[in-house]
Design a protein around this ligand. Structure first.
Ligand code: ADP
Ligand code: MG
Length: 293
């Protein structure tokens, strides 16, 4: 390989706002035939806003927001930020929390005002023994039908309410997905969020293959299975929950706006947090490779 051609490639890459980890990255871009996309923060802006707050029975929605907002204040997750910001804007502030713990792709737990508060994926709370009240099941159903992400909050043995957040698809995502197809790549959406939300996002941007409700480790397993079937797989993601999958993929691509863990696990980083930059990156490195050969 001629080092100059590589430098041109990485230099042009830098101009386009693409950081390439090393020359070895270029080879895999040529053979990539499948591109796995994370949803939150990758196809969507990840800037979630609190939409609705529903409380069980005679609970107070201010109290729900206060405790959930405090429990989520220790998390960097877009859902957590939306809930804490929503609580602060409505109540002025949230109380301090302690003993914070989070489970990647599932939810958080913290002590607030002496109570052990959990906020997270409804199925996670059910696994931990909480019973979902009937009217909260209805709230969850409505949220999913509207394409909103719903999380439940619980403390002292009871589900206390449901909070929903909404996100928006980035304006360039649909064009980028069309571009991936032109480059010969099959796009797949893989997300930890629920199926209804995932399908509504997929429909907006033209993806027909959707896997929802997965755990962070499943994202990597899905990629390994595709590889075992003979595919060469690129993965685009931004979150801590995407790191293992990004490292497993033949070509890991991180959003520059993403977490450090995701960037470290990747081969390419996009400074423009836009999927069109991922298409540019693949095209550019294929072209650079042609120059070398
Ligand atoms: P994605 O694959 O779309 O990036 P994640 O794997 O980060 O999604 O999250 C999957 C699901 O886990 C969320 O839809 C939510 O139900 C739950 N979850 C993850 N983190 C949190 C959190 N901090 N607070 C509440 N729920 C969470
Ligand atoms: Mg994400």
């Amino acid at each position: 390989a001629t080092p100059t051609a590589l430098l041109v490639g990485t230099g042009r890459g830098a101009q386009l706002g693409i950081l390439i980890k090393g020359p070895q990255v270029l080879e895999s871009t040529r053979r990539v035939d499948t591109i796995v996309l994370d949803k939150t923060g990758t196809i969507t802006t990840g800037r979630m806003m609190l939409s609705t707050v529903d409380v069980h029975e005679c609970g107070s929605s201010d109290e729900l927001l206060r405790l959930a907002g405090a429990a989520e204040s220790g998390s960097e997750h877009p859902i957590a930020r939306a809930i804490t910001a929503g609580a602060v804007s409505r109540l002025g502030s949230v109380p301090a929390s302690s003993a914070f713990a989070s489970e990647q792709g599932l939810g958080v737990q913290a002590t607030v005002d002496g109570r052990e508060v959990l906020v997270g994926r409804p199925s996670w709370l059910v696994e931990r023994g909480f019973v979902v009240p009937i009217e909260m099941q209805a709230v969850l159903g409505t949220a999913e039908a509207l394409g909103r992400t719903a999380v439940m909050a619980a403390w002292e043995g009871q589900v206390r309410g449901v909070l929903t957040v909404a996100d928006t698809v980035k304006p360039t995502s649909a064009a980028a997905i069309a571009r991936f197809r032109t480059l010969g790549l099959t796009p797949l959406l893989v997300t930890g969020d629920n199926l209804a939300v995932a399908q509504s996002v997929a429909a907006v941007c033209g993806i027909s293959d959707v896997t929802a409700g997965v755990l962070p480790a499943d994202k990597a397993r899905i990629i390994a299975r595709l590889q075992a079937e003979g595919h060469v797989v690129a993965m685009v993601g931004d979150g801590v929950n995407d790191a293992v999958a990004l490292a497993t993929a033949d070509l890991g691509i991180a959003m520059g706006s993403g977490t450090d863990v995701a960037i470290e696990a990747s081969d390419l980083t996009l400074m423009r947090s836009d999927l069109l930059a991922a298409a540019d990156a693949i095209r550019l490195s294929r072209r650079t490779l042609t120059t070398i050969k």
